[in-house]
Design a protein around this ligand. Structure first.
Ligand code: COA
Length: 277
């Protein structure tokens, strides 16, 4: 749906880019001419992904091992990325999540998710932002959040709290840094099947089916659809979009909120009887 060189000349760093949605966005950006850097905790996953991209002749891609929870490690990796030429775009994609009844969460369980999602995204954003500001360069940050960043959600409390924080960071810095050429936006994806998320968040096939029914479009998202939206938001053509969160969920969260959505259970006969009454 885009010109083949939409992202030519842009250097993009994706956290958690070795697998799942981060990998799919990376592939999409490479196909549009971007130069890609991915980071994550597992070297073999990063190596494999970059090798796959190179095998497919997708252009320049590099990797760095980085635990984004560690601000010093982030500083070192962002410095190394910059040495090779300044970055244009940061995508905060790395996340951690699991289902749990909130009253069972230990302090370490809360930390496990919040430190990746909230602290990790802030560490990366501040490390890149400082450099852009010092150099007077424009930059773009795109963060992957979720609709429960504003609705809240049971059973994923640490993730909901942390994603709400990432959204607050996006909006705060969009106004603080916007005048200096840095724009920040977010995407709130609904369910896009990935191995990592599915294994943690969709415990059995019956629940998967029930979830599908919650979505007005009647299906889960396709990775290329997310990559398209992300490409638009990091491209120069969206330069006036700043501090925004774009939902891509087939209408899932609205249906969850809509007061009369449950009336879809009524049959045509029920509707006829209702009208008569
Ligand atoms: N329910 C309750 N507590 C849980 C839990 C669960 N399902 N999974 C982990 N915890 C708790 C552990 O019990 C531990 O607390 P404790 O020491 O007080 O018992 C704490 O969380 C840390 O556990 P640990 O196994 O050391 O976690 P970790 O830091 O290695 O990683 C994740 C936990 C969630 C961050 C890990 O699964 C991860 O790295 N995920 C990345 C990818 C991902 O989650 N993708 C999905 C995105 S949707």
């Amino acid at each position: 749906m885009f010109q083949a060189d939409l992202l030519r000349g842009k250097k993009v760093l994706i956290t958690g880019g070795g697998s799942g949605l981060g990998k799919s966005m990376g592939r999409g950006f490479l196909e549009l001419g971007a130069e890609l850097v991915i980071c994550g905790r597992r070297q073999e996953v990063l190596e494999e992904t970059v090798a796959e991209f190179h095998t497919d002749y997708l252009g320049r891609a590099a990797w760095h091992v980085c635990d984004i929870r560690d601000a010093e490690a982030v500083e070192a990796v962002v410095g190394a990325v910059w040495q090779d030429g300044p970055l244009d775009v940061l995508v905060n994609n790395a996340a951690g999540n699991f289902l749990a009844k909130s009253e069972t969460l230990s302090p370490r369980a809360l930390d496990a998710v919040v430190r990746i999602v909230l602290h990790g995204s802030a560490n990366m954003t501040l490390a890149c932002g400082r450099r852009w500001l010092e150099e007077g360069r424009p930059g773009t940050v795109l963060s992957i959040v979720t609709s429960y960043a504003w609705t809240g959600s049971p059973y994923v409390l640490p993730s909901a709290m942390a994603k709400a924080g990432v959204l607050a960071m996006t909006r705060s810095l969009a106004t603080e840094w916007g005048g200096r050429g840095i724009r920040l936006n977010a995407i709130a994806p609904g369910p896009f099947p990935t191995e990592g998320a599915w294994q943690r968040l969709v415990p059995d096939p019956a629940l998967e089916e029930a979830w599908r029914k919650k979505i007005p479009l009647g299906r889960f998202g396709e990775h290329a659809e997310l990559a398209n939206l992300a490409a638009y938001l990091i491209a120069d053509g969206s330069a006036y979009v700043n501090g925004e969160v774009v939902t891509i969920d087939g209408g899932e969260w609205l249906k969850g909120a809509a007061q009369f959505a449950l009336m879809e259970q009524l049959s045509d006969e029920d509707w006829a009887a209702l009208r008569k009454r």
